[in-house]
Design a protein around this ligand. Structure first.
Ligand code: FAD
Length: 116
């Protein structure tokens, strides 16, 4: 059968990328060694150059230059990414996400068990 799925648009690509990035940050070690910190740093700075949406990539390049990825721990990386995502949200006229709720969305899930 022929593939009836369409290529991703900017929104699909964005949702998939944020899902990957926030989940990766949630799995990053709380006490990373220098090599792990370097790997996360280069992934994020290279993403800014390679991200396949020109306008998005340009913004991300400025962002990582002015506010480099904080890879010193899982919590700092997760909070850094939440801030970067919120800057995009605000630029697009969306509500900012409450970064104290990262674990409910991307980590262990809400304590009411609704995602178990
Ligand atoms: P998304 O913004 O994709 O978010 C997915 C889910 O993440 C949300 O449903 C929410 O549960 C959660 N979430 C939201 N905010 C946060 C946060 N701060 N921290 C943690 N979790 C959060 N689109 C453009 O039109 N122009 C751009 O310049 C642009 N730049 C982008 C740059 C990057 C690096 C990326 C990855 C995407 C970019 N996008 C851009 C796409 C845009 O950010 C959205 O992904 C897209 O508009 C779809 O939005 P959405 O409302 O479905 O939720």
């Amino acid at each position: 059968p022929q593939n009836k799925e369409c290529p991703p648009d900017r929104e699909d690509l964005g949702r998939a990328t944020w899902t990957f990035l926030h989940t990766m940050a949630d799995h990053f070690p709380e006490r990373p060694n220098l090599q792990q910190q370097h790997k996360a740093y280069t992934l994020l700075t290279n993403l800014a150059d390679l991200y396949p949406c020109g306008e998005c990539a340009e913004h991300l390049q400025v962002e990582v230059k002015n506010n480099p990825p904080d890879t010193r721990s899982r919590s700092l990386l997760s909070q850094w990414l939440c801030g970067v995502h919120n800057n995009v949200n605000v630029r697009l006229g969306k509500d900012a996400f409450d970064c104290s709720l990262l674990g409910d969305r991307w980590g262990e899930g809400p304590s009411d068990g609704s995602c178990d």
